[in-house]
Design a protein around this ligand. Structure first.
Ligand code: SF4
Length: 405
């Protein structure tokens, strides 16, 4: 390591072969709880994450790393996988002034997301109750995203540019989850999250499919949940990563493909997989052992939105195989937006704001961190939810709506 905190060629870890297991770290807190004596089944052979398409999503040239994260086995593997990236050390993954909280970066936002990676260690391992999409929110194994949806709430906390931060101590996260799952015991009452399993959202502030382009955090979480018969992992995604098909989730991970009318998605879901691709992947994910649900989200009210959603639901009804329909359920989430994010978007994607910044239909609400969120007025939202329910009843009656708000 050079005096200025960057890696020199001699210090640099060597690239690992695809699928090689992590070296076990010494003295890692809680590791005994998650040892099962069997290997995590990692993807083998040619991987999507090494493909040109994956590199277009994530072509890392700059890595900001906490020293402990960089020195950990996972950190070293990640650094070895991006040998051309400049490594800059940072005291805290939360405080990188030229990345976070800097509105001047708005025009560079998308480029930062695809070329910058942050490595940190998760310090707070809190499992939070949820009760809507999942029973619990798991401590995240990553924070931030390489995609750039115009309505994304993730930057609200982290700052305007929010490239992926990977936490290198997923072992501690899994150990925390193991204790929590054990403490819950079996689920005695069915609820909207699941009839029999405690559901843990493992991707609240990240997209686990994109994270799987970087390291094995997603694979290890998927594997961990196969060992807990009373629990299930769940994550929403807008990215189809075929490497996830090589894992062995055994029905204990729910993938929720987010879908919206393709015209809305092309305008708002920047850098994501096309909606058609997400729908087409559902059968493959089910066959690989995932439970496959859908997020009908966000629902954006704009001229012609009802017909656009009807068309999407008819399309899903046409192309999804019966085995997917039999087990599918959905969440319906009306758009929420944010005043600060609106200002940022105006600097790089003002056309999106024509659709999602609608003061004539929206009402402000002060959030916990003091910024102003906006959502559809109560009457507009209630009518919107009813419309979506009616459209599902009519065009995709097999799709159970777990909740709508
Ligand atoms: S995929 Fe999800 S986390 Fe990523 S930018 Fe879009 S909304 Fe945000």
């Amino acid at each position: 390591m050079a005096d200025d905190g960057t890696w020199t060629g001699a210090d640099r870890p060597t690239p690992r072969p695809s699928g090689a297991p992590d070296e076990e770290p010494d003295g890692l807190f809680g590791i005994e709880e998650i040892r099962t004596g069997r290997e995590v089944r990692r993807p083998q052979g040619p991987l999507f994450r090494d493909s040109p398409r994956a590199r277009r999503m994530l072509s890392v040239r700059e890595i900001h790393a906490e020293p402990g994260a960089a020195a950990s086995p996972r950190g070293r593997r990640i650094l070895a996988d991006f040998p051309d990236a400049e490594v800059v050390f940072t005291d805290s993954h939360w405080r990188i002034p030229h990345l976070h909280g800097n509105q001047g970066n708005a025009e560079r936002w998308v480029r930062i997301k695809s070329t910058v990676l942050v490595l940190g260690e998760k310090k707070t391992l809190t499992v939070r109750p949820n009760g809507r999409s999942a029973d619990w929110i798991a401590p995240g194994a990553a924070n931030g995203c390489a995609m750039a949806c115009a309505y994304c709430y993730v930057p609200r906390r982290k700052g305007y540019a929010n490239p992926v931060t990977v936490f290198t101590n997923v072992d501690r996260i899994i150990a925390r989850l193991a204790r929590h799952v054990t403490a819950q015991g079996p689920k005695r009452e069915p609820n909207q999250c699941d009839p029999s399993a405690w559901v843990y959202d493992i991707g609240e502030n990240n997209d686990c499919s994109v994270d799987a382009l970087i390291c094995d955090n997603t694979a290890e979480l998927v594997d961990a949940f196969t060992r807990w018969p009373t629990a299930k992992a769940s994550f929403a995604t807008k990215f189809v990563n075929p490497d996830l098909l090589l894992l062995d989730p055994r029905g204990r991970t729910r993938v929720r493909f987010s879908v919206m009318p393709p015209d809305d998605s092309r305008l708002l879901d920047i850098r994501t997989s096309p909606v058609e691709e997400r729908i087409a992947a559902a059968g493959d994910f089910l066959d690989a052992g995932y439970e496959v649900h859908f997020n009908l989200s966000p629902v954006v009210i704009r001229p012609g939105w009802e017909e656009a959603w009807a068309e999407l639901l008819r399309r899903m009804d046409d192309v999804l195989p019966p085995r997917v329909k039999e087990q599918a359920a959905a969440e319906v989430i009306m758009l929420t937006h944010n005043a600060d994010l609106h200002e940022v978007n105006m600097a790089w994607h003002p056309r999106a704001e024509d659709a999602i910044w609608r003061p004539d239909l929206q009402q402000p609400k002060r959030s916990e961190n003091g910024s102003w969120n906006v959502r559809y007025r109560n009457d507009v939202k209630a009518a919107g939810v009813e419309t979506v329910r009616a459209l599902v009843d009519r065009h995709a009656p097999w799709l159970t709506i777990r909740y709508a708000f």
